[in-house]
Design a protein around this ligand. Structure first.
Ligand code: THU
Length: 145
């Protein structure tokens, strides 16, 4: 399973300034007429491409899509791959910690080794979502039958 084979990359391998610039750029396209809280997300994929997304709200507030959702949709729609590093920025251009649901969403596509650009510095997903539930927890059961 990806979880056991992926290694945390050196932070120096990733240009977080480029990712932050892309996140801030896409946050300008957010549809956030209810919260007035635009968010942009950008991630480096293991083949070198960068995927981005912005939040998209709805009059039915609970239907809102976080920026990370749009970003993961672009990841899959443009060929998939594994996320290596991710950053989210708020409307002030500051780093934003992905919400709990989005940490789970991101974990699926980057695993424990995914580097997350948090307000407290770059930390692996294993630190910001400890003991994450993931695909291996399912295959552990389904493949033992
Ligand atoms: N939001 C994100 O896009 N990502 C997060 O990780 C946290 C929250 C959005 C959802 C909503 O449109 C707005 O921020 C306020 O919660």
């Amino acid at each position: 399973m990806a979880r056991s084979t992926e290694r945390v990359r050196p932070i120096s391998d990733v240009d977080f300034e480029v990712l932050r610039a892309r996140a801030i750029e896409i946050s300008a396209r957010a549809y956030a007429p209810y919260s007035h809280f635009p968010v942009g997300a950008a991630a480096l994929v293991d083949d070198g491409r960068i995927v981005t997304g912005c939040n998209v709200e709805n009059a039915a507030y609970g239907v809102a899509l976080c920026a990370e959702c749009g970003m993961v949709s672009e990841l899959i729609a443009t060929g998939g791959g594994r996320l290596v590093a991710v950053t989210c920025c708020n409307g002030l251009g500051e780093r934003l910690m992905p919400c709990g649901r989005c940490r789970q969403l991101l974990h699926e596509h980057g695993g424990d080794a995914l580097l997350v650009d948090t307000p407290q510095g770059v930390q692996p997903m294993s630190q910001v979502l400890p003991q994450a539930f993931g695909p291996a927890d399912i295959t552990h059961v389904t493949e033992s039958k």
